[in-house]
Design a protein around this ligand. Sequence first.
Ligand SMILES: NC(=O)c1ccc[n+]([C@@H]2O[C@H](COP(=O)([O-])OP(=O)(O)OC[C@H]3O[C@@H](n4cnc5c(N)ncnc54)[C@H](O)[C@@H]3O)[C@@H](O)[C@H]2O)c1
Ligand SMILES: O=c1ccn([C@@H]2O[C@H](COP(=O)(O)OP(=O)(O)O[C@H]3O[C@H](CO)[C@H](O)[C@H](O)[C@H]3O)[C@@H](O)[C@H]2O)c(=O)[nH]1
Length: 336
Amino acid sequence: MSKPPVLVTGGAGYIGSHAVLALHDAGWPVVVVDNLSNGTREAVPDAVPLIEADIGDAAAMETILQEQGVAAIMHFAGSIVVPESVTDPHFYYRNNTVATHALVGAALKQGVRHLLFSSTAATYGAPETVPIDEDTPTRPINPYGWSKLMSEQMLRDCAAAYDVNFGALRYFNVAGADPKGRSGQVGKGATHLLKVACEAAVGKRTHVDVFGTDYPTPDGTCIRDYIHVADLANAHVLALEALIAEPKDSFTLNCGYGRGTSVLEMLDALDRVNGTPVKRVMGPRRAGDPPQLVAANRRLVERLGWQPRFADTDVIIESALSWERRLYQKEAATCA
Ligand SMILES: NC(=O)c1ccc[n+]([C@@H]2O[C@H](COP(=O)([O-])OP(=O)(O)OC[C@H]3O[C@@H](n4cnc5c(N)ncnc54)[C@H](O)[C@@H]3O)[C@@H](O)[C@H]2O)c1
Ligand SMILES: O=c1ccn([C@@H]2O[C@H](COP(=O)(O)OP(=O)(O)O[C@H]3O[C@H](CO)[C@H](O)[C@H](O)[C@H]3O)[C@@H](O)[C@H]2O)c(=O)[nH]1
């Protein structure tokens, strides 16, 4: 069976660009829409068309869907920084929820029947027990989590009412870079732990701040479930196949390994891989950080037959670090 065109929104960004690579590698025709607010042209392979547009522009999206003959959408575009969502919630509801509403409207009008949505562990808030399965009550503790949960609900209601199905993938902490070195995390003003730590390791920063050492965890720092971006990208390809194979079925799946790693454990592993310690500055808690988030991933494995290939923490760190070194060399060459 020939593979129909897939639209990847936010495909010039970190996770979206890895999904584009996974789709392209698997022989899917792909088109990217990105407004480049946080993505880069270089993240999109030359063979993949990149259309610079805003997903909140329903008319533009309708034209693109029609002209490109799109059969399914992987929707990554959005704003992603939790503390920013607290200081500017109106923008987060607009760029995440309202823009998704526009995109879904365009998809419904153009008869696109499969929608795969980037959701987040932030929809769970701060659950008291881990691992977290998909039946855990969703009680976001910040506007970012709410903006995503509202989008999920919109998709659920639309799938019940119209001839469309959806997959919501709730990512835990995404980390690492393409094992072949073709993409990685680029954005300026990084806030994610491993990205920040790798920037410190290559000399772009003086140190890493450790946000909180008094959490109720064994070493006092927050625990997260770090998933390699290439394993997550592969889950998207499997999810797309499932949506097309079973058009009446929708699903919501956690994406993580089911393994918790503390901030200090992550930094220890980085020091080991790097061979030189990165300076740590112990500081107060960051607002809105739940003590621990670890995925129960049984449904992802059973529903999609997902088999992670890059779960080793050192493998995640090596890929992130070698990407960061390459970025640093490129930037140094540009400045010279
Ligand atoms: N990074 C994580 O750990 C993580 C965890 C859970 C969920 N997610 C979700 O995954 C998705 C991708 O995240 P990422 O880390 O790759 O972020 P990213 O910022 O690297 O990618 C998002 C991309 O969307 C584009 N974009 C933003 N608003 C747009 C709009 N209105 N129209 C068109 N393009 C727009 C940006 O330019 C960027 O290229 C997001 O929806 C995010 O909420 C990320
Ligand atoms: O410089 C830093 C950066 C982070 N941290 C700590 O490291 C942990 C992970 O923080 P990240 O900023 O890397 O990631 P978050 O857990 O805050 O959030 C990420 O994962 C969430 C789901 O788990 C959401 O999806 C969100 O979009 C995504 O950014 C947190 O305890 C944080 O306090 C530090 O100590 N120092």
